[in-house]
Design a protein around this ligand. Sequence first.
Ligand code: NAD
Ligand code: MG
Length: 402
Amino acid sequence: MSMQRLAILGSTGSIGTSTLDVAARHPDRFRIFALTAHRRIDRLFEQCLAFLPDVAVVGDAEGAAELEQKLRAARLTTEVAYGPQALSAVASASGCDTVVAAIVGGAGLASSLAAARAGKKILLANKEALVMSGALFMRTVAQHGATLLPLDSEHNAIFQCLSTNACTGAGVERLILTASGGPFLQRDLDTLDDVTPDQACKHPNWVMGRKISVDSATMMNKGLEVIEARWLFDMPPERIEVLIHPQSVIHSMVAYADQSVLAQLGNPDMRTPIAHAMAYPERVDSGVAPLDLTRMANLSFHAPDLARFPCLRLGLQVLRDGCTASVTLNAANEIAVDAFLHEQIRFTDIARVVEKTLESLPPLAGSAALEDILAADERARAMARQFITQLPTSRVAVVAVH
Ligand code: NAD
Ligand code: MG
């Protein structure tokens, strides 16, 4: 067993913190090369004190000066850098072998791609990067001999169910992604207009960052995840299914040609998939409590209701439509979720904004170069912002009084 040197991009987030928790349990296996945060300098400073990274990266010069001052006062020699180029630099530095891609949203694309180009072992949480750049990302991983391991619990579960098969991938019929259905699985549809950001972020089973929490409430998260699965496992769209399973005990399944269905089970705690990917192909303690099946009165499953979850309907449509449609889907969703979290639009407007943006920007076929992806991303963000300003003002005004 050799020491792995980790660069954790987005270390102050939910995934980043869980990754550090697992790393701290195994100081003989993992050393921290780099930690990065966008704005939370205090949190990053505490992490630097605990893990003594070689490099720390923040969003801007001001944050860098503040962190530098704190580090020097504490007599730490951690080097400080800032900005997107510094993120890509640590992701490809010779000082690390493993990159944990845990930045949220399209902001993580460049550094995830840089890690792939540098042939790193990439533990991917940043699903938006793969949704935006699927073909390009997978090609880059292959061309540069990088290793891609999924942290997203569903994809990690599928990866585990595939690798127990001696001939990985052979005879696979379908991938079945489970979904909890989020906090509004049962809520009266007529009341969804009035949902507040805090209600949307209160997930019944998982504690996560705010953007993915809203995505789970709209089920756009599952829409992004079917696209993520399509690329990670090179699976045609028609062989990827979504199944509601409110208890989040089975994290996903693989159905084989002989009708064996393999499932991966565990408590809903991201440290399990994180520890799996960090130690792969070995197994290590994750700090997660043992799964007690005797305390589970009932595991239930049903098909998703696409009328309740229009964002999932859009995700499934884009899964079939291909390349720039998924860039548009992701970009419009990021803009709409951000506007919802800032109480500028209603919860139900998220799907409206995404759908209108998709309708007005038909997918460009066959295009997979980074410039095309970034151009499509910019176009969709601008278009989504425009639709937000065109929403009836009564809608915006009502939200403002909440
Ligand atoms: P989070 O909001 O808790 O953390 C995000 C991290 O990214 C923070 O460290 C933040 O500083 C950094 N960041 C944000 N914007 C940035 C920018 N513009 N530039 C550089 N850094 C930036 O998010 P999270 O819940 O940890 O999710 C991270 C990623 O993992 C997302 O893509 C999410 O979909 C995925 N994921 C999360 C979970 C989960 O349980 N939280 C599960 C599966 C997948
Ligand atoms: Mg997931």
